[in-house]
Design a protein around this ligand. Structure first.
Ligand SMILES: C/C=C/C(=O)SCCNC(=O)CCNC(=O)[C@H](O)C(C)(C)COP(=O)(O)OP(=O)(O)OC[C@H]1O[C@@H](n2cnc3c(N)ncnc32)[C@H](O)[C@@H]1OP(=O)(O)O
Ligand SMILES: NC(=O)C1=CN([C@@H]2O[C@H](COP(=O)(O)OP(=O)(O)OC[C@H]3O[C@@H](n4cnc5c(N)ncnc54)[C@H](OP(=O)(O)O)[C@@H]3O)[C@@H](O)[C@H]2O)C=CC1
Length: 445
């Protein structure tokens, strides 16, 4: 591993030098263990502690297959899917690995008693498998997390529709929270060269997801002038949705839960910011009963910002807690686009407001190959910026996931893997200087 890191840091090692590097037999990766999936049985979701279930283990290097690449991971980031994995909700991810293991001889490798997790990385290609021509050892890359087989025509127009669609590092093994990761070469994209390793690793999953959900025609197809209601606007997904709204000429109406988070949204350029805590919205009277009066109070508050207009697009992900309000505040013919249900997946809303006002609900999940590429391109061009707030070491990933689980974080939380310190990996200093304030907007808040 030392030689790999030296080659990466030397900056003059050639592709041949990288190809000649001896690969280690094992590497360190953040794992959950199959024999611990019941460790939190009987506990409330909130009480399940990722620090107890996430381990840093030495695991054997997987065999490299056709169309695949082994990547030295310099940095990764924590996503909420890693939180779900660590608390074994809504399902243990070992069921996903077992199912994937049944697909072919090659996929059997993934079905192990441990799961190396993580769905983002920035790093350097070490080896490529047969049939990989576009990428070479030594290439500096990021990886998106869409894993597909594409043997069925169902996914040939939109790769997210492949029946064998999986999220790498969540529904497959050998993820990015590790010193080395195994990916399909189609997941690889050029690392934005004005960013450090940890900055480059931060946007991937959430940026791509927000791009499809909000901008792409497969999602809400946002246009100039749209009023976009963004829940958790300073969080992982929301911090990118806010940037897409602003960059695309729409008006974000940002919802957050503290003055610090409101300030972050204003720093991004948003003018309409609602602190849901300060304004005390209680959409549920009790566990079973919603309060339409509160939906209306929320809608009135939105109208104050918009000069009386209602919402064209709701960027939904909190789920049960907010979905009734989201459907209500959407304008006639508007769209509620949802990719998650953090607060509960059994949603309840008043359907009269949906059908009578011809609203649409769109389900969205990650991004297809092309959308992920386009989202990364916007980062590389400095049109959209990473929202990295805090960086942890691989050993501290449990704490990093705990912070995200408890909503103690801002934007994205990074993790250094092989990178010995923050700030390394920047190749285009001139471009970086142009965007430095925006890149650092979320740091140390
Ligand atoms: C990029 C980052 C993303 C995120 O962070 S997303 C947030 C984290 N992710 C999640 O929380 C999602 C976790 N996943 C799940 O909860 C589950 O993954 C799903 C609920 C999505 C699916 O559950 P499952 O058990 O995998 O699938 P089934 O469809 O419930 O059950 C499969 C069986 O049901 C049969 N079936 C499916 N559709 C139909 C139908 N229309 N009519 C009749 N049967 C159907 C199948 O054939 C199969 O059957 P047979 O078990 O016998 O093989
Ligand atoms: N399907 C897909 O492809 C993807 C799905 N996801 C899912 O989306 C969800 C959010 O992910 P991510 O943005 O990274 O997570 P974060 O925790 O970084 O951000 C979510 C934000 O949502 C807000 N929020 C949380 N709970 C509630 C609630 N009950 N009511 C209102 N607002 C709430 C919080 O902001 P505040 O407190 O400031 O209001 C929080 O910061 C997760 O469930 C994740 O699994 C994520 C990426 C891809």
């Amino acid at each position: 591993m030392k030689e790999i890191l030296e080659a990466i840091q030397s900056q003059d090692a050639t592709s041949q030098d990288f190809a000649a590097l001896k690969l280690p037999e094992s590497y360190r990766g953040v794992t959950v263990h199959k024999d611990e999936t019941e460790m939190f049985a009987g506990l409330e979701t909130r009480e399940k502690d990722p620090r107890k279930s996430l381990h840093l283990d030495d695991v054997p290097l997987p065999e490299l297959g056709p169309g695949e690449a082994l990547v030295a991971v310099m940095a990764s980031s924590v996503n909420y899917n890693s939180v779900w994995t660590s608390i074994f909700e809504p399902l243990s991810t070992f069921g996903f690995l077992e199912r994937y293991g049944r697909v072919s001889e090659l996929t059997k490798r993934h079905d192990l008693p441990y799961h190396v997790i993580g769905s983002d990385l920035a790093g350097v290609v070490l080896r490529t498998g047969p049939g990989v021509n576009a990428w070479n050892p030594g290439d500096e890359v990021v990886a998106h997390c869409l894993s597909v087989e594409l043997e069925s025509s169902d996914g040939h127009n939109d790769t997210m529709l492949d029946p064998e669609q999986r999220i790498w590092g969540f529904e497959t093994n050998f993820g990015g929270l590790a010193e080395i990761a195994l990916v399909k070469s189609n997941q690889l994209m050029p690392k934005p060269d004005h960013l450090s390793w940890e900055e480059a690793a931060a946007p991937g999953l959430v940026n791509s997801t927000a791009y499809r959900q909000l901008v792409s025609r497969n999602g809400a197809g946002m246009k100039q002038g749209d009023n976009v209601l963004i829940w958790g606007a300073s969080g992982g997904l929301g911090s990118y949705a806010t940037q897409f709204a602003l960059a695309g000429g729409a008006t974000p109406i940002c919802v957050v839960s503290s003055p610090e988070k409101a300030e972050i949204c204003r720093n991004m350029g948003a003018e309409a910011v609602i602190d849901r805590n300060a304004e005390g919205y209680k959409f549920w009277k009790d566990e079973r009963t919603q309060d339409p009066k509160e939906w209306k109070r929320f809608g009135k508050r939105i109208r104050e910002f918009t000069g009386g207009e209602d919402i064209d697009i709701v960027f939904e992900h909190p789920g049960r807690e907010t979905f009734g309000a989201s459907v209500f505040v959407t304008r006639k013919g508007g769209t509620i686009t949802t990719c998650a249900s953090t607060s509960g997946y059994m949603h309840e809303y008043d359907n009269r407001y949906l059908w009578m006002s011809l609203k649409r609900i769109i389900g969205s999940h990650f991004a297809n190959y092309r959308e992920a590429w386009e989202a990364n391109r916007l980062i590389a061009k400095g049109k959209i910026h990473p929202t990295l707030s805090k960086v942890y070491s691989l050993e501290e990933t449990g704490q990093a996931a705990y912070d995200v689980h408890r909503n103690l974080h801002q934007g994205k939380v990074g993790v250094l893997a092989l990178a010995p310190e923050e700030g390394l990996g920047v190749r285009n200093h001139e471009m970086r200087a142009q965007h430095l304030d925006a890149i650092n907007r979320f740091r140390n808040i």
